[in-house]
Design a binder for this molecule. Structure first.
Ligand code: UD1
Ligand code: CA
Length: 475
């Protein structure tokens, strides 16, 4: 599913370790934190995507808490074999977690990135910046830092008099002077892999949290005479990790704005960004318009010059150029609309392929259907694709005319140019150019008024007249 880009020049020998073994109590969820979706994509998958976009295709996820669920979910998402995994059964700290990936990288002598799996806003651009600086300076370790107005609980960057990076001190271990430092560790690093693993074996848990801190590696490397550097990022969103569902919503809102901004800058009109929801990875072509309260989910591609009208939801589907969809339409997964299709209000399309210029303008359900080009689907048409046990297909040819309120009982084939009479229940295949009439003939019977009076217990008109004239009605 993700586009795996070739590594940028100079970064041929790259790998990444993503730390995702920690428990996430504050989410109060049975679903592991890193699997919660942000704009339709699991948090961890955002990071893995950003890595691929930065040219890093070798990615090792360190998993522990709910490891099997995380592994299964990521394999389903990216395809088995795309990612590597290292297991950390006991969470003894970030340094220990990285150590768990050492076996997977046995013999690897390139640059390894280390980062956390819970910061979905981390972008490929920031990763490229870090890699470019790391490669340009030839440092053994480069840490990505940010300068914050309030450094909070983040690790503080300790610099020497000449500005050189000496190391990182965790907030819980910091002196009051160190706590005043506003340059913090984002948790994203680039390392020379062999030097990193050598330094990890020198870690000690003699600190406030009794953990093996990855952050201590910087001072260890410096002590061994290696060069340690820092790159400051202006994009402070990279540090935003998801710890609670409040943060989940805040981060999702930021990502949503980013996605909409990119779409608008690429030539898509978004009438009301505040009520428009587009998942990560969705593409929309030039001069298409997204009206308010529209939602484009999952693996969806929208062509150019489309209008997605008010209240429309499109999921895991492809919409060709020049289509008009909505208002209040629902295009469900596995659907394909060719160019210039018109889908009107209260129309649901599910696992269906609609050819060019198909029109289903009102109140229709098309499920498991294939509809040929130029066919018109009348108002209120329903494909009955489910008999309570099985789903069956409805195949309609080109230039057909499906009369209003047709009930199409699948499996069914209606050939090109055929017509179904309005209100028909179509149970048999319809040959090309045939007119299918699947309804009973109309009869016009007399006596509507008498019937109505009888039902409402109103006397007949003759009896009424008799009462008014004072004479007894004849029986
Ligand atoms: C860490 C950094 C801190 C930095 C901050 C940025 C350390 C010691 N501190 O702190 O300097 O400012 O990130 O967000 O590295 N994890 C494991 N196994 C473990 C422990 C953690 O996989 O044994 C994973 C967590 O799931 C998480 C990531 O590592 O994804 C970071 O761990 P966390 O405990 O959040 O580190 P912080 O205390 O935030
Ligand atoms: Ca954290």
């Amino acid at each position: 599913m993700p586009d795996i880009l070739p590594p940028p020049p100079g970064f041929a020998d790259l790998a990444a370790i993503v730390l995702a073994a920690g428990k996430s109590t504050r989410m109060r969820s049975r679903l592991p934190k890193v699997l919660h979706p942000v704009c339709g994509r699991p948090i961890l998958a955002h990071i893995l995507h950003a890595l691929a976009e930065a040219g890093i295709t070798r990615r090792i996820a360190v998993i522990g808490h709910e490891a099997e669920t995380v592994r299964q979910n990521m394999d389903d998402y990216f395809g088995a074999g795309t990612l590597e995994y290292a297991l950390q059964t006991e969470q003894k700290g970030t340094g220990h977690a990285v150590q768990m990936a050492q076996a997977a990288l046995h013999g690897f002598t390139g640059t390894v990135l280390v980062l956390a799996g819970d910061t979905p806003l981390l972008s490929a651009e920031v990763l490229k910046l870090l890699l470019a600086e790391h490669s340009r300076t030839g440092a053994t370790a480069t840490v990505l830092t940010a300068v914050l107005p309030d450094a909070g609980a983040y690790g503080r960057i300790i610099r020497g008099d000449g500005g050189e990076v000496l190391g990182i001190v965790e907030n819980k271990d910091a002196t009051p002077e160190q706590k005043a430092i506003r340059e913090i560790n984002t948790g994203v690093f680039a390392f020379d892999a062999p030097a990193l693993f050598a330094a990890l074996s020198d870690l000690s848990p003699a600190n406030a949290q009794g953990e093996y801190y990855l952050t201590d590696v910087l001072a260890i490397l410096r002590g061994a005479g290696k060069t340690v550097r820092a790159v400051v990022t202006e994009d402070t969103d990279v540090i935003l990790g998801v710890n609670t569902r409040v943060e989940l919503a805040e981060i999702a809102a930021k990502m949503r704005s980013r996605i909409l901004r990119d779409l608008m800058l690429s030539g898509v009109t978004v009438e009301d960004p505040a009520t428009t929801y587009v998942d990560a990875g969705v593409t929309v072509g030039q001069d298409s318009v997204l009206e308010p309260m529209t939602k484009l989910c999952g693996d969806t591609q929208i062509g150019a010059n489309c209008v997605i009208r008010l209240g429309t939801v499109i999921a895991d589907s492809t919409v060709g150029d020049g289509c008009k969809v909505g208002p209040f339409a629902h295009i469900r997964p596995g659907s394909t609309l060719a160019a210039n299709v018109k889908i009107g209000n209260f129309v649901e399309v599910n696992r269906s392929e609609l050819g060019e210029k198909v029109s289903a303008a009102h109140l229709t359900y098309l499920g498991d259907a294939t509809v040929g080009a130029n066919t018109n689907i009348g108002a209120g048409t329903i494909t009955c694709n489910y008999d309570g046990f099985n789903k069956s297909r409805t195949v309609i040819g080109e230039d057909a005319f499906i009369g209003s309120h047709s009930t199409l009982i699948a499996p069914l084939t209606i050939e090109s140019g055929a017509l179904t009479a309005a209100g028909s229940v179509i149970t048999q295949n319809v040959p090309a150019n045939a007119i299918a009439v699947g309804r009973s003939d109309q009869k016009n019977l007399p006596g509507a008024e008498a019937r109505r009076r009888k039902r409402l217990a109103i006397p007949s008109r003759r009896a009424e007249n008799a009462v008014q004239s004072g004479s007894e009605p004849k029986p």
